[in-house]
Design a protein around this ligand. Structure first.
Ligand SMILES: Nc1ncnc2c1ncn2[C@@H]1O[C@H](COP(=O)(O)OP(=O)(O)OP(=O)(O)O)[C@@H](O)[C@H]1O
Length: 251
């Protein structure tokens, strides 16, 4: 679904992967929010970040995206500091998506034009993307009048349609009804199978199992486990992960 015709800056863009982090540290008011020794996101597939509220999942995603500087340590995109101009094959969908004050269709077309599609290509690609996402009936509606769940679906559709090499999703289905959640999960799975590298935060552990090739479990700002999905759920190595999977409160 994310066959995107690349030209201009997209065609010339350097590969973004691997994304790596070394000795990341963030502290606020004496509290350690992030303390990551080393992490590498490379290869293929989908990584799911899980962990209790306040574990540092969104913060880690923001730091890896270059949206927030750590107090110390560094993030590298293919060996260089994050630079969203140079590495334009990067996408991110935040928990509260930011949409253009235009129609649903125009939101997707704009993203496709930005990655080098011609107006005609963008129109056709946006049509297919909206159809796959079940949003075609809303194509001409203003993005501002969409419900929360519809906005989330549009933001995801737009991000997936642009066909980035790396996509970060912060709780992509948190406000979706079951049918929309299934649609979005199928879109994420297809994109992943087509080679898009995806890192997403999930609170729903069933979703983490369905979508994740590997799991990163965070607690108190640290990565406590980083393992293939089957191993994480089948044989969690730490008492914290065991308790978390069992639905117990971690403090
Ligand atoms: N700018 C900030 N100033 C102070 N504290 C912050 C700041 N940003 C994040 N935090 C704190 O860092 C901790 C980690 O937040 P983060 O949003 O990364 O957690 P999370 O694992 O994504 O949680 P949730 O599952 O609830 O979304 C939280 O305790 C939060 O209050």
């Amino acid at each position: 679904m994310h066959e995107v015709v690349r030209s201009g800056p997209q065609a010339a863009a350097k590969p973004i992967l691997p994304v790596s982090a070394e000795r990341l540290f963030v502290r606020r008011k004496g509290r350690v929010l992030l303390d990551i020794e080393a992490l590498t996101i490379g290869g293929r597939g989908t990584t799911v970040l899980v962990g209790p509220n306040g574990a540092g999942k969104s913060l880690l995603l923001n730091v890896l995206a270059g949206l927030r500087a750590p107090d110390s340590g560094r993030v590298l995109w293919n060996g260089e500091p994050p630079n969203r101009q140079r590495y334009c094959r990067f996408g991110m969908v935040l928990q509260r998506p930011v949409l253009l004050r235009r129609s649903v269709r125009a939101n997707v077309e704009f993203a496709l034009r930005a990655v080098g599609s011609s107006a005609e290509q963008a129109r056709a690609q946006a049509h297919r993307a909206l159809e796959a996402a079940g949003l075609l009936a809303l194509a001409n509606a203003s993005a501002r009048v969409l419900s929360g769940g519809e906005m989330q679906r549009l933001a995801l559709t737009r991000a997936l349609a642009a066909g980035p090499d790396l996509l970060f999703l912060d709780e992509p289905t948190s406000s979706l009804d079951p049918a929309s959640m299934q649609t979005i999960e199928a879109m994420v799975r297809n994109a992943s199978e087509d080679g898009m590298r995806i890192v997403l935060i999930a609170h729903d552990l069933a979703q983490a199992r369905r979508l994740g090739d590997e799991i990163i479990f965070m607690h108190r700002g640290k990565i406590v486990e980083h393992a293939p999905t089957d191993r994480f759920f089948g044989a969690p190595a730490t008492p914290e992960a065991q308790a978390f999977i069992a639905g117990k409160i971690l403090i």
